[in-house]
Design a protein around this ligand. Sequence first.
Ligand code: F6P
Length: 332
Amino acid sequence: MRMKLKSKKGNGKIGVLTSGGDAPGMNAALRAVVRTAIFHGYDVVGIRNGYDGLMKGNVVPLTLRSVGNIIQRGGTFLGTSRSKEFRTKDGRARAFNLLKAWDVSALITLGGDGTMMGAGILSKEYPIQVIGVPCTIDNDLFGTDFSIGYDTAVNTAVESIDKIRDTADSHGRIFVIEVMGRNTGHLALETALAVGAEYVVIPEAPLKTADLIRKIQEGVNRGKTGSIIIVAEKDRPGWALTLAEVVEKSIKRDVRAAVLGHLQRGGSPSSSDRNLASRLGARAVELIAKNKTRLMVGMKCGQIQEVPFSSVVGKRRHADLEKLSLVDRLSI
Ligand code: F6P
């Protein structure tokens, strides 16, 4: 039997925003937030363009129909930004005053580490309930095994690299392919394992160029034709181009580079991301209904859990080095 909408209205007003880099599945999470909130008798407003929109009063009322036909869409229909101003006391004061003026007593923030940091500070400084939902293709947030967007980004990278493998093998070329991930190697490692890469370079295990070159040479000697080297961008997006030149000079074979860049952030979310987004978005509202605050919802060993912002912010979940050695062992 389908559940009926609660007739009780006037539970209060929840604001929701997406901030930082967009991630596939953000729209699915927004849908879950809005529909669960309305189900529980809340009004909902969407804040456009993240914390920037919060300080500028860029707000729209959201209804059940506002979030129809978005579960499958990439990006975020509310828009997003990386706000420097929200890091200042003045910026946050302006944001809180606007929230008060709109009668918003609870805020749900969707994003990565910068978003959780902003949410943590705002909820410490002002009397407002705040719950965070982890969305980042980097998957580096502490307190959750998976962030919304990560699974889709890995699949996008795998699909692209499988295509590059076809041309690499046809020409007997070596490809150096850079993926995103900021300062962690989750995206690079997971992708490398899935495409059967010959070598992977991640921030958690610094590159020794001589080792890389030796390994490629050994592969060539064993009869490998094309080789795929995956590198995480680290803090130097585009560095794969330089690395490819160095490798080409040492190996004396054709080497090409590809930087996957922002294509990993777009596209329709995978079913895993849609489901994760639906579960975490709904739970965020349920926590508001239980008067909880200053928490991020996360997924640990298949169970939804609540993690205090103080245990998430300023930490970084590093990639599993066991996977690194597996890539190595499986590429002989
Ligand atoms: O955090 C997500 C991410 O895509 C990182 O992987 C990348 O380093 C960064 O955002 C790029 O940010 P921007 O889109 O602002 O250039």
